[in-house]
Design a protein around this ligand. Structure first.
Ligand code: UD1
Length: 419
């Protein structure tokens, strides 16, 4: 497997461009199943996870043309059948479970193996199933498979016990062609859900309450294929903001939605980092003396769990004591052991990590244990004295487009060693 070798200590400068959001593109690709027609996804991010969901749709019978030059995916879902999806793909990536909602909506039944994904918690699917059941589906769990069937889906009122991103998306996709009105209460409000809802509405769906915790979906008879450009990746943008801060640099980031990134910018501003937003770009200045802070991950508009590990790298080298509390996933501190190899002073106490900032991290051999943990190690390596080798970077390739080239472009010393 490939590894990164990073020599720390460089100041970063220049501009970096952000790609479209992985977490918006995955459900949008799944949503193309909802009609028998052709959709075009513009400016898609060339990521491992995107290729996994493309393969999943292909295994169902979709024809997908990947145009790398124009960065367009042309997805023709006319010949999809419900004969089943390649189970390895579903086990590989939890996001592929998002095809369940569209498949039951279009075919009335579907069977899929239990989903896999990043190893950051138990990640159940009970809320997805609760929603499907409320819409009138029968659920059958057997031998590691989940089968959902419904002669007819009927609109219903569904209260989510927790604002799950995936459950909100899956239920919304199951409900768009159901008869009558569906109301999802305590729905997740992440910007990627708004983007999926906008995509569905452009296909002909009738969804209101976008961006709030109550989504209203009035079922329609049919949807049509469309052309769509997804939102920018707020987690990629946040990661580059921390790259500027951890190297005490000033860089420009292009492709940022100020509203979507607010929870991250609020905390970084509290620490002393300066931001100048203009249009869809932002100038990030991390050259000030930074303050330690406390962070609690929360559903949007709270601080995103997907930025927790990157923030921990930064706080590891900011003078003072910081506390990070992870409330979304129960096992999302695997990067702590790796950061400690680099000299970080972190203690875990249940769902909190107490970080005593040190002057400088040291280069070491470390392992990316999941996607965002890998990003955190890259950031730590940019600051560290000497060389860091990061193994298992296939996790990073799941969610960051050519991160080494983007970092090299702004002055980092990073190379990929292929194996
Ligand atoms: C999505 C994102 C992921 C992000 C996460 C939280 C995608 C492809 N992935 O993941 O990057 O870290 O949101 O912002 O968009 N839960 C249940 N029952 C369920 C579903 C979820 O208990 O049926 C729990 C999970 O175990 C977890 C919490 O809810 O503790 C949040 O999960 P959820 O919001 O569903 O995350 P994902 O959609 O898997």
């Amino acid at each position: 497997m490939d590894k990164f070798i990073i020599k720390g200590g460089n100041t970063l400068r220049g501009e970096v461009n952000i790609d479209a959001a992985k977490n918006a593109v995955l459900p949008i690709i799944a949503a193309t199943i909802l009609c028998a027609g052709k959709s075009t996804i513009k400016n898609y991010p060339m990521l491992l996870d995107v290729y996994v969901i493309i393969d999943a749709l292909r295994s169902l019978g979709a024809k997908i043309d990947i145009n790398r030059i124009n960065r367009e995916l042309i997805i023709d879902t006319s010949d999809i059948t419900d004969s089943g999806v390649n189970s390895d793909l579903v086990r590989k990536m939890r996001g592929s479970f998002l095809i369940m909602g569209p498949m039951i909506s279009r075919f009335g039944r579907f069977k899929i193996s239990f989903p896999g994904g990043c190893n950051i918690g138990t990640r159940p699917i009970d809320l997805h199933l609760k929603g499907f059941k409320a819409l009138g589906a029968d659920i059958n769990l057997e031998h590691g498979y989940v089968e959902v069937s419904a002669k007819k889906l009927t609109g219903a009122k569904i209260y989510l016990d927790f604002p799950s991103v995936g459950a909100t998306e899956n239920i919304m996709m199951a409900a768009v062609l159901a008869s009558g009105e569906t109301i999802i209460e305590n729905a997740a409000e992440e910007p990627e859900i708004g983007d999926l809802a906008n995509f569905l509405n452009k296909m002909g769906a009738r969804i209101t309450g976008i961006g709030t915790d109550t989504l209203k979906i009035n079922g329609v008879k049919a949807l049509r294929g469309i052309s769509y450009g997804p939102i920018y990746d707020r987690i990629e943008a946040g990661t580059f903001m921390i790259a500027a801060a951890i190297t005490k640099s000033r860089i420009k980031i292009n492709g940022v939605n100020k509203e979507h990134i607010k929870p991250v910018v609020a905390k970084l501003t509290e620490m002393g980092i300066d931001f100048k937003f203009k249009g869809q770009g932002v100038l990030v200045d991390g050259r000030n003396e930074l303050q330690s802070i406390d962070i609690k991950t929360m559903p949007y508009p709270g601080f995103p769990t997907d930025m927790q590990s990157q923030m921990m790298s930064l706080l590891s080298c900011v003078h003072g004591t910081s506390v990070i509390t992870e409330t979304i996933f129960e096992n999302r501190f695997m990067h702590v052991v790796e950061l400690k190899r680099m000299g970080a002073n972190i203690k875990i106490d249940g769902r909190s990590a107490v970080i005593e900032g040190i002057n400088k991290l040291n280069g070491a051999e470390v392992k990316a244990t999941d996607l965002r943990a890998g990003a955190a190690l890259i950031l730590a390596a940019l600051e560290a004295e000497g060389e860091t080798e990061i193994f298992d970077i296939h996790h990073v390739d799941r969610g960051y487009v050519e991160i080494e080239n983007k970092l090299k472009g702004i002055g980092a010393q990073i190379k990929r060693i292929k194996s």
